[in-house]
Design a protein around this ligand. Structure first.
Ligand SMILES: Nc1ncnc2c1ncn2[C@@H]1O[C@H](COP(=O)(O)OP(=O)(O)OP(=O)(O)O)[C@@H](O)[C@H]1O
Ligand SMILES: [Mg+2]
Length: 237
């Protein structure tokens, strides 16, 4: 059964239509990737699932209930967490304060402490830098913090917007290994948006290709990697 399903989702910015009725599914416990070029509509899709943008029409079902149009904090409370494009950590707050911000809706002190311990064990580099302002971290470390902060709402489903963007290659490998670990060990369902199709397909169970606000292809990672148009457009030929 799918934990998250978008059906015919239409989203506009004023007169500009960014998503022309997209449908996709994330089965429970799976990593699904949405790959596409600049401006294809990837971030718009994630921001709409998170409740930051309101869809013009279509539905978003999460654990069997329609969440389209709910307020963002209600969607977090239902169990969807979003590590946004560009990381958006609070630069002047420490690493630990940023993590606590991810738990702002929670009142269970013991549970929050457990989850901070869990983030420390997943990302030892963050644990070492806990008292530093987040703005002093490298791009890759800030991406780890964005993912760690998302985990602090104890989600069932994680939305990751271009975790490889602007990050040193050596840390990209680490971050993708951590995404796999979070999926396997915590059982989280993950919707991963990426321009880096090679990396994303390597860790995903299923993939969609989006172009100009429309889903063009939906297939297994192997089939997408062998598809000539995917190879030409996204995998360097
Ligand atoms: N705030 C906005 N106002 C108007 N148009 C927007 C806005 N944000 C995005 N768009 C437009 O919506 C379309 C989809 O943008 P979106 O940011 O979702 O793409 P993306 O796939 O995430 O691209 P990228 O890989 O560059 O992050 C683009 O044509 C973009 O110009
Ligand atoms: Mg984007």
């Amino acid at each position: 059964m799918s934990v998250l399903a978008l059906r015919n989702l239409v989203v506009s910015y004023g007169a500009i239509r960014a998503l022309h009725g997209i449908s996709l599914e994330v089965p429970a416990g799976r990593i699904v990737t949405l790959i596409g070029a600049n401006g294809a509509g990837k971030t718009t899709a994630l921001r709409t699932i998170s409740g930051i943008l309101k869809p013009a029409s279509g539905s978003i079902s999460f654990q069997g209930e329609n969440i389209a149009g709910l307020a963002a904090h209600k969607i977090v409370a239902r169990g969807i967490a979003h590590a946004p494009e560009g990381r958006m950590v609070f630069s002047n707050l420490t690493v630990l304060e940023n993590l606590r911000m991810g738990a702002y809706l929670r009142r269970d002190r013991a549970g929050i402490a457990d989850d901070i311990a869990r983030v420390r064990s997943i990302f030892p580099r963050l644990a070492e830098r806990e008292k530093q302002p987040a703005g002093t971290l490298s791009g890759g470390e800030q991406q780890m913090l964005a993912i760690g902060r998302a985990l602090m709402s104890r989600p069932r489903c994680l939305l990751l917007d271009e975790p490889s963007l602007g990050i040193a290659p050596i840390l990209i490998r680490t971050i993708f290994d951590k995404i796999v670990e979070i999926n396997r060990e915590l059982g989280l369902s993950i919707l991963l948006v990426e321009q880096n199709a090679n990396l994303a397909l390597a860790i995903s169970h299923f993939g969609y290709v989006i172009e100009s606000g429309r889903i063009l292809l939906a297939d297994t990672p192997d089939a997408l990697r062998e598809n000539p148009s995917v190879r030409a457009a996204y995998l360097g030929g």
